[in-house]
Design a protein. Structure first.
Length: 228
């Protein structure tokens, strides 16, 4: 307040994190030490008055956005990157005096996933637009009631950099509760290019389709097959 007494010229800045609008106000400020104005605010020791002289708003001035908590990225990051299940996150908030039930956290994570689906679809389209892709799968632990079970994570990658391809590399992931061959068949239903993979039996029907088109397909299929 000493600065205001010395120089009453004051500026205020407000940011709307929902749409990025910035509001700037400049004017004169003063301190009310006593009088009827101060008495109208019970318990206040002093008041700060601000008289606006110039103000302007700039839409989309701030690139940052702050959304509602149901789309908070913190839950998604701690769950996927730190492998922290929601019931433990609920316990963390509870220790801070914040009551957030697991069902509510699950709803927020689901909202985040729905918000990101356009990005997921764009990456999937980019990967399956490639002339050739690489395919593989791996195990992933899945939290169950009081234990974990084994699920599968299927990965399809396009990367033409070794062939001097100009397109950026990318990977798309699919989850399934088991390793059944029906899963890659569904993933690749709309793909008609070359697929490089190991000799996992789950790709067998894809290799067989290639054999019908080329009698050498079964030999080539162990390393590279054309999905028809």
């Amino acid at each position: 307040m000493g600065n205001i007494i010395r120089n009453p010229r004051t500026g205020l800045l407000f940011v709307d994190f929902e749409d990025g609008t910035l509001l700037s106000l400049t004017g004169q400020a003063g301190i009310v030490w006593d009088g009827p104005e101060l008495e109208s605010f019970i318990g206040a020791a002093r008041l700060l008055k601000f008289c606006v002289e110039v103000g302007f708003a700039i839409p989309n001035a701030v690139p940052l956005r702050w959304s509602e908590p149901e789309f908070a990225s913190q839950l998604t990051m701690t769950g996927s990157c730190l492998h922290l299940p929601l019931h433990r996150e609920s316990d963390v908030y509870q220790r801070e005096g914040i009551d957030l039930h697991v069902s509510m956290l699950a709803d927020w994570v689901g909202g985040s996933a729905a918000t990101l689906m356009p990005l997921v679809d764009a990456i999937r389209s980019h990967v399956f637009a490639a002339e050739r892709i690489h395919a593989d799968d791996t195990t992933v632990p899945v939290l169950a009631n009081g234990k974990t079970r084994t699920g599968r994570l299927w990965t399809y990658v396009r990367d033409d950099r070794p062939f001097a391809g100009p397109d950026p590399p990318a990977a798309v992931f699919f989850y399934s509760p088991d390793r059944g061959g029906v899963h890659p068949e569904q993933h690749l239903a709309g793909y008609a290019g070359l697929m490089q993979a190991d000799a996992y039996a789950g790709f067998g029907r894809l290799y067989e389709a290639n054999c019908k088109a080329d009698h050498r397909g079964r030999v080539l299929g162990a390393r590279q097959t054309q999905v028809l």
